[in-house]
Structures are given as C-alpha cells and as structure tokens.
Design a protein around this ligand. Sequence first.
Ligand code: SF4
Length: 473
Amino acid sequence: MGKSLLDKVWDAHTVRELPAGQTQLFIGLHLIHEVTSPQAFQMLREQGLKVAFPDRTIATVDHIIPTDTEARPFADEQAEGMMSAIERNCREFGIRFLDRSSGQQGIVHVIGPELGLTQPGITIACGDSHTSTHGAFGAVAFGIGTSQVRDVLASQCLALQRPKVRRIIVDGTLAAGVYAKDVILHIIRSLGVKGGVGLAYEYGGGVFDRMTMEERMTVCNMSIEGGARCGYVNPDQRTFDYLRGREFVPKGDAFERGVAWWRSMASDDDAAYLDVVRLDGSRIAPTVTWGINPGQAIGVDERIPTPDSFSADDREVAEDAYGYMDLKPGAPIKGTRIDVAFIGSCTNGRLSDLREAAKVAKLGKVKPHVKALVVPGSQAVAKAAEAEGLPEIFKAAGFEWRLPGCSMCLAMNPDKLSGRQVCASSSNRNFKGRQGSPSGRTLLMSPAMVAAAAIEGAVADVREMLKALKAGC
Ligand code: SF4
C-alpha cells in the first residue's frame, strides 16, 4: 500500500513519537502576525528563551491594520499597541517583518504563497485558523493557538496528533458563474461543519486538477470550516509553474531538484485513505450561506431549508439560525436585501478574485443603500490590480477601493458592520457577530456573487448577469 502526501510529509518531519501518542513534528515555516504573537513573545522573554529558527519565521501585519489610512499611530490604541509590539518583537528576536514600508505586507495566507515561502512537502504553522490555505501547494499546514505559537518560536516543533486522510474527488465541469468558493461551500454543506474533525482533506479529481493555484487556495482555506485539521492538493505542474521565480523559491538547478522532490511527495496512486468521497462538480450552483455556520449553505436558486429537512441535532442549530438571521424557512435566498458588500480576505482577496468581481462590477452601479468595499489581500495584489485598472472599474461602479488587510473578515480594524446589517461577504465565516457587530449578519458567497449582490442591492444569481454580459446587453 502506498502513502498519502500527508503521511510522507508527516514522516519526513517527525522528530519523535511522544508517549501520549502525539508526534513531535518539525515545522518548516512559521508565519506570525500581530494578534496571536505578543503573548507568545512575552512568554519567551519570561523564560529567557530565543527564537529557535528566526530564518524560518516571517511576520506581517494584517488583522488590525486600517484599510483607509496609512497614518500612525492608529486611532485604535489597542491596535497601535499590537503593531508596536510586533515591531519590537521582530527587532529583538531577529525576525523579518513585512510591514507596509516593505511593499510585501498583506494577509498572512496571501503573502506566504506570493513570496514562494509556501512550498510543497513542508509543514507550516500560523496562529490563524485559515492556515490550511497553504495546503493548496501540497504543504501540511495547521492553524495554532497562542501557546503553540510560543512552542514553535522556542523549538520550531509542535506536538500533534496525526490526522487520518479523507480524499474528496470532485469531477465534472463547473458551470459559468460557479467558482472555487462555491465548490468548497458545497463540500462543507455536503459533509457538514464537523464532518472533517480529526481528518485532513485531500482534494482531487478533474475540478481541482483544472483549478489555478489561487482557486486551490480558496478551497484549502475553508477546509477548517468543514472541521478538517488541514486540507491539501497534491503538487503538480501548475504548482511548480506558480512557484518558479518567486523570492524564496530555489533558483536554477536547485529549482529542478526541488521539483523532483516536490513531485515525490505527492500521494501514491495506491495510497490508503480513511475513505473517499465523490461529488459531481457539474451539479454545483453559485452557493450562498443562509445561517450561522458555513455548512448552512444553499444554491442561489434554492429555498431556505425547512426544519423538517434536518436531523434533530442540526434542527436546533437551524432554529437558532432562522431567528438570528431573521430568514424564513422555505423563502428564496435570492432577493434577500443586503446593506454591505465585502470583497476581500484570505479566502477571496487575490488578483483572480478581484478580476472576476470586476467583470460583474462593470455591469452596473452599487445600489445607493449598499456600502461596498474591495480590500486587496496584499500590497502585491493591490499593485497588480492597479496595473490592470481594476480600482477604476470598482470605483466607477460605486465600490470603495481600500488598502490591504483582513478588514471586514474579522473586523478587528475599523471596518465593521453596525447593528443588524446584512453583509454579502467573500470571507470564510458567517458566525454570529463575526463582522464586528454582535447582531450583524453575514451571507458568504464568491466575490463575483458579492459584486452581483452589491449591484442588485440583494442576493442575486451571477449566472444571469454573466449571460447578459455574454449577450452584449
Ligand atoms: S482574512 Fe480573516 S481568516 Fe484570513 S487571516 Fe485575516 S482574519 Fe483570519
């Protein structure tokens, strides 16, 4: 029996098996940001420890950074405190800090791949749940908590349980207007938000084979929302083509040797899996969440499920969602009025996301009652988008074009919902209060669907708008 990529990477990074059944795993790359690192550095100081591998540690600022100004100090004192702390910590412990002056700042899961830090066959950790993003390259990547950030800083190791692997095959052809975001929302809807607990998701099949690296990142990013510990796609020629020439990627002969090793880390044809799930990509519609977790999702042309369609456990969560979202069972999701449209985040704040949204933005104007934001995932994304004239398209349609950061994904900066506002969002979590207002409501969807909702002032079917585009209307 062959081995999966997860098992190969795990074995290659095992320092030792621990008595409690966990593995002490070496971490190839540690990405840090301003929110989950200050206490970790403080713990190092208190114990008189150094950072074990500063050259395997890279810092950026993303969660708290304002997107409407570069001015310092930040108006929010707590945010300014976190910024000052990461500046001081990086200086003191010899860590490269990618702040705005570097030209390489951005959301931690956007800049890792952009710079070529994220590579196949390595282990990656970061104090953010959506570290699973990096699995798009065939890395095994975990989101960790603050005490684990301390552990990695001090030892470059983590004590972890080896996950079992579920292979998820999506074949068929995606229809026009159906994107990577719809695929992962459909997977989570099908397998549940707890379906992946204790597992790694390996994505395979024609739909993933044909996806760009940015699309694969969108899928892997949300593995965690399906309960999986991590998610990955086996590295292939698309992966190597994406990596070639990036700052941290080996050059010349070393690149060719890297490709040979990266290829060898892909799952064997006869790898053993816990199970294999098959889904038909041609049946996936543009997908929208209606509830308070990413599994409460439906096709845009479907109606909000009725209580009798749920198991007893799920019915309780559904009842909670109906009340919180103020949506009626059996009502269509299409036409649900929105107040805010947010395009950005580590799920969908990359250049290809902005390009797809801009195609839709060209078709109309943001409705007057909607506040619409476009927040690029990084300074590099912003620069590339500006070179293509995307900000002008968005601004002409009535969107605000902002500076890079996490923005309204988690709303730790000034970009927040207020009161009961409803937000069409390209981010990854629709939990209660996620976007800054304790009673704010989030509808997750693809960036193109967010642009369509901004123009209609309500949830819309982007396929209909794209048809009009094709017909030249
Ligand atoms: S965009 Fe959202 S999920 Fe991604 S790193 Fe920022 S806060 Fe976390």
